[in-house]
Design a protein around this ligand. Structure first.
Ligand SMILES: Cc1cc2nc3c(=O)[nH]c(=O)nc-3n(C[C@H](O)[C@H](O)[C@H](O)COP(=O)(O)OP(=O)(O)OC[C@H]3O[C@@H](n4cnc5c(N)ncnc54)[C@H](O)[C@@H]3O)c2cc1C
Length: 423
């Protein structure tokens, strides 16, 4: 069977690798001219995502992934802060977690290696459809086209393929705009370094502002102790942060800024919302070239709304079906699991492919359920952040956070932190 995959991001490459392994003829097309041309942030892969990936790629690729990944079980307990830098509480106990954080660039590079010569870069798809005999066809920007037994749209949030199948968009803006950047732990002042520590944290404040600071250390906290296999682009303890604001004409204007101008504008926006200066040091000390903006898009949280088409010889996976905001850290994992389920369905097909639509239908049912679950988790945080932007929410945030901070101080297992009231 010949499969064409539109989009060589996380899900498309995972699918390409898996199809190659079971002997299908596959080509993955991506508009990017190089695989490293992707977001500089990290991706969390939980146990389910890792076991799906292990079914798709060779054991050697998995070993290199783990050697390049930062183990969540090795970092300190995550914390929740308020906008003044006061501790509000701790995250879940991750000491038994198998999850890893890995640079998106590293993950994509490894997956691209698994796909090898079947990945075609610099190919932008502009259309998809079927010919008179029902054979799927993909059209490129230069007018060229290819046909296949099956076309899979792994072309992300603004998928051309899913839009064709659904006869319209499959997701909508979720109401938040995000800005991400990377800051080396060593570049922070000692007090702030101590406050943030070797953990991931979330800071919340009134009027819809939130600051996630993820901790990544693929060297000191390597998930697999095999330094000779480590190909992480992050070479020391690093914070990868995400600033979030409600979408508005005002925040939209920030998206036109870059580098240090964007950093200064973000800091000014947080300061305007009364955030303590030290909590923003992580933004101020970031590498300016790595600061980027991204919009949160979300599909429906209802499984029945996802992939609303009749199963056939064109399908889609990942964000194309269930675009997921990064607030649950599960979108890429879900795309990988989609790929693994699709490979499992295709593996059991007979050679004449008459049973292909039924197999695609079974895969799409699985993708709908998974998509609804990850979207429900991700939207919980989005709604919480947006709630602080309402008048009652702003009052509640301003009055409740000092109470929560006081309660956290009284807790017997409270860990010592510095700078908790410094403004
Ligand atoms: C800041 C941030 C942090 C995140 N953190 C996490 C996390 O910790 N864990 C997690 O699981 N998920 C995370 N996500 C979400 C995750 O990145 C996505 O859910 C995931 O990448 C979806 O994979 P995908 O293959 O469906 O789409 P993508 O990875 O977006 O890939 C789509 C690909 O299609 C290509 N493409 C698009 N249109 C065309 C076209 N017309 N022609 C050819 N090629 C095309 C693009 O170039 C791209 O390579 C995060 C997202 C962001 C923005």
């Amino acid at each position: 069977m010949r499969v064409v995959v539109v989009g060589g991001g996380i899900g498309g490459l995972a699918l390409g690798a898996g199809l190659r392994r079971i002997g299908h003829e596959v080509t993955v097309f991506d508009r990017d001219s190089e695989v490293a041309a992707t977001g500089g942030y990290h991706i969390t892969l939980d146990e389910r995502a890792q076991s799906a990936l292990a079914r798709l790629v060779a054991p050697e690729i998995m070993r290199r992934l783990l050697a390049s990944g930062s183990a969540l079980r090795l970092r300190d307990r995550d914390m929740l802060w308020d906008y003044r830098g006061r501790l509000l509480g701790y995250g879940p106990d991750l000491s038994g977690s198998a999850s890893i954080d890995v640079d998106r660039i590293t993950l994509r590079t490894l997956l691209a290696e698994a796909v090898g010569a079947d990945l075609c870069l610099g190919r932008t798809v502009t259309g998809v459809g079927t010919d008179d005999t029902g054979i799927p066809r993909v059209v490129f920007v230069d007018g060229a086209s290819v046909t296949a037994d099956l076309v899979v749209g792994a072309d992300g949030t603004h998928s051309i393929v899913a839009r064709h199948l659904a006869a319209g968009p499959t997701n909508h803006p979720a109401g938040l705009i995000g800005f991400s950047g990377r800051t080396r732990l060593a570049d922070l002042d000692p007090a702030e370094r101590q406050r943030l520590g070797t953990r991931s944290t979330m800071g919340i404040g009134p009027r819809g502002a939130a600051l996630y600071v993820g901790f990544l250390d693929p060297v000191g906290n390597a998930a697999l102790d095999a330094p000779e296999l480590n190909m992480s682009i992050t070479t020391g303890p690093t914070y990868i942060w995400g600033a979030m604001f409600p979408e508005s004409a005002d925040t939209d204007a920030l998206r036109r800024l870059h580098g240090s101008a964007l950093q200064s504008a973000l800091i000014a926006r947080f300061r305007d919302r009364k955030w303590a200066r030290h909590t923003l040091e992580v933004i101020a000390r970031a590498e300016p070239a790595g600061v980027a903006a991204f919009r949160f898009n979300a599909a429906s949280t209802r499984a029945t709304d996802l992939a609303p088409w009749t199963a056939g010889r064109i399908t889609a996976l990942g964000d194309a079906v269930h675009a997921t905001p990064p607030t649950a850290g599960m979108g890429a994992g879900a795309a990988i699991q989609d790929a693994a389920d699709l490979v499992t369905q295709l593996r059991s097909l007979s050679a004449d492919t008459t049973d292909l639509p039924a197999a695609i239908g079974r895969y799409e049912a699985q993708a709908r359920q998974r998509g609804a679950a990850v979207l429900t988790a991700a939207m919980r945080t989005v709604r919480l952040i947006l709630a602080t932007d309402t008048t009652p929410g702003a009052v509640a945030t301003a009055t409740l956070t000092p109470l929560l901070a006081a309660a956290a101080r009284l807790r017997p297992n409270r860990r010592r932190t510095a700078n908790t009231d410094d403004v």
